[in-house]
Ligand binder design. Structure first.
Ligand SMILES: [Zn+2]
Length: 456
C-alpha cells in the first residue's frame, strides 16, 4: 500500500514543493540570513562586496536589505576564478566557501561564450542537486522502473554527470550514452535499452527525427519514447519546436533547466499556445530576484513581471552564488497554473543584450514573438523587427514586419491590425507600426532566428 502511494503521489517532496507561499518565503529569509553570514565569513569576495556598501551580515534582516548588496556578473565570476588561480594556485579561495577537503565535485558551464565558469560542490550540495533533479522528473511522471537515455554532452558540462546522478537518486535507470558518439550510437542504444524518456537538446531531437528513417529504416515514432526532455538550448520553450518533437517522437515534450547548481525548473502539460514557462522547483535552495536590466533596480515579482534574473543559493556550502546576474531575461507568472502543480513559473524570454528600449519601455524580441503567436492562425508567426540603427534605443514607432496567415484576405487586415495594436498596448505597453507581408515572404532560418533586421 505504501509502495502504491509512493508511486502515485504527484510530487517528489510534498512538504517543500506544496508549501504555502508565506511559509516558503519565511524559510527563504531564514536561510538567506544564515547564508549571507556564511558567505561573508568564508569568501573574501563577498566580504568585499558587502563592505563596499557598508553592510554587515546582521544588517540583512529582510529581502529589501539584501537587495542593497551589489550584483555579481559572469565576467566578474571569471575574473575572481583567474585571480584566485594566480594568487593561490587554485580557483577555490576567492569564491568557494567550504574548505578544500569538503569539496567533492566541480562542474562547469559549457564555456561556449568564454572561459567556463566553475561550480564547486560539497556532498551536501550534490545531495541538493540530486533532490532537484528528482523533483523535476517526478513531476513529469518518471518513476522507478523507467529508463532515461541521456543524450547530452557528458563532459564537465552541468548536463552530464549531475543529471545522471539525479536520475539515479529518483530511482529511475539512466543510460548516459552522451551525444559525443553521434546520432547512430544514440539510436543503437535506444534499440538496445528501450528507454521511456530521452534528454537532449531540441535541435539534436529534430536531427534524430530526420535521421531515424535513414539509419534504422523506421520513423522516430516507432522508437517508443514517451517523454522528450529538452535541455541545453532555449528551443524547448518554442511552441513550434515542441510541436515538431511531440509529433516526431509521439511523445510528451518537457522543457527543463538546472544542471549542477541550485536553479531548477520544469515545464508542465499545458497546451503549447498557453505555455507560460517552467515551474520553479528549487525555491527552498534558490532565491530569485528580478532587476531592471538597465538600472539594476529591483523589479517586483508579480504575475507577468519581466526583468533580468538574479539568483542566490540558499543552504549551500561549496561555491554559493550571491546576487548572481547571468544576463538572462525572465518573465514570471505567479497565478496558479492550469496543470494544478504548485510553484511560480518562469520563462526565459531573451538576453539582456537583446533588449530594445521604446519610449522608456523595455521590449524583448521573444516577448514580441509570444504576443504575435497569440493571433495564429490569422498570422503565420513569422516576423522581423525592423530598425534603422542598432539598438537598444529605438526611435518610435517600433516597426514590425509580419506575415498574415493563409486564407486571410487583405480587407480583413485593418481589423486584425487594430486587435494587435490594442493587445500590444495592453501587454507590452508599446504601439508598434505593423507592415504586412504575405505568408512565406519572411525568410525561414534553420538555426537560431534573428528577429531584428537593420534597414536604412
Ligand atoms: Zn503548470
Amino acid at each position: 500500500m505504501k509502495d502504491k502511494y509512493y508511486r502515485e503521489r504527484k510530487l517528489w517532496n510534498e512538504k517543500i514543493e506544496a508549501m504555502p507561499r508565506d511559509q516558503l518565503r519565511a524559510l527563504q529569509l531564514d536561510r538567506l540570513k544564515k547564508q549571507v553570514r556564511y558567505n561573508y565569513e568564508h569568501s573574501p569576495v563577498y566580504r568585499k562586496k558587502m563592505d563596499e556598501v557598508g553592510a554587515r551580515p546582521e544588517d540583512i534582516r529582510s529581502f529589501e536589505d539584501f537587495s542593497r548588496i551589489p550584483l555579481m556578473t559572469k565576467d566578474e565570476h571569471r575574473r575572481y576564478q583567474e585571480e584566485s588561480i594566480e594568487r593561490y594556485g587554485n580557483p577555490y579561495v576567492l569564491l568557494a566557501c567550504a574548505p578544500r577537503e569538503k569539496i567533492v565535485r566541480i562542474n562547469s558551464t559549457s564555456g561556449t561564450t568564454g572561459t567556463p565558469t566553475l561550480y564547486t560542490l560539497t556532498q551536501h550540495d550534490v545531495d541538493v542537486v540530486n533532490e532537484m533533479h528528482a523533483r523535476k522528473y517526478w513531476r513529469a511522471g518518471i518513476r522507478p522502473g523507467h529508463v532515461m537515455l541521456q543524450a547530452l554532452s557528458l563532459s564537465m558540462f552541468t548536463g552530464g554527470l549531475p543529471l545522471s546522478q539525479g536520475i539515479m537518486h529518483l530511482g529511475a535507470c539512466v543510460v548516459p550514452v552522451g551525444v559525443e558518439g553521434g546520432s547512430r550510437r544514440v539510436l543503437d542504444f535506444i534499440r538496445l535499452t528501450a528507454p521511456d524518456a530521452i534528454i537532449a537538446t531540441p535541435s539534436f531531437g529534430q536531427y534524430l527525427i530526420e535521421k531515424c528513417p535513414e539509419l534504422t529504416g523506421k520513423d522516430a515514432e516507432s522508437l517508443g519514447i514517451k517523454c522528450f526532455f529538452c535541455a541545453g538550448e532555449p528551443g524547448g520553450g518554442n511552441p513550434e519546436v515542441r510541436k515538431v518533437l511531440a509529433e516526431g517522437f509521439g511523445a510528451k515534450v518537457f522543457d527543463h533547466t538546472g544542471g549542477g547548481h541550485a536553479f531548477h525548473g520544469i515545464s508542465c502539460d499545458e497546451p503549447p499556445e498557453q505555455f507560460s514557462g517552467m515551474h520553479f522547483v528549487s525555491e527552498d535552495h534558490c532565491l530569485l530576484e528580478l532587476v531592471d536590466p538597465r538600472t539594476k533596480e529591483p523589479v517586483k515579482i508579480e504575475d507577468g513581471a519581466t526583468g533580468e534574473m538574479v539568483f542566490t543559493f540558499l543552504d549551500w556550502e561549496g561555491g554559493p552564488f550571491m546576487r548572481y546576474a547571468l544576463g538572462d531575461i525572465l518573465q514570471v507568472h505567479t497565478k496558479p497554473c492550469a496543470c494544478g502543480m504548485p510553484g511560480i513559473r518562469f520563462k526565459i524570454i531573451g538576453r539582456a543584450d537583446d533588449m530594445l528600449i521604446v519610449k522608456g519601455v523595455n521590449v524583448y524580441p521573444e516577448a514580441i514573438k509570444g504576443a504575435i503567436l497569440k493571433f495564429a492562425p490569422e498570422v503565420t508567426g513569422h516576423f522581423r523587427i525592423i530598425l534603422d540603427k542598432p539598438g537598444p534605443l529605438v526611435t518610435p514607432p517600433l516597426r514590425i514586419r509580419l506575415e498574415y496567415g493563409k486564407g486571410i484576405g487583405v480587407q480583413e487586415l485593418s481589423d486584425l491590425e487594430q486587435r494587435l495594436i490594442s493587445y500590444f498596448k495592453e501587454e507590452l505597453r508599446i504601439s508598434p507600426k505593423f507592415e504586412w507581408v504575405g505568408p512565406g515572404a519572411i525568410p525561414r532560418e534553420k538555426k537560431k532566428t534573428r528577429y531584428v533586421e537593420i534597414e536604412q
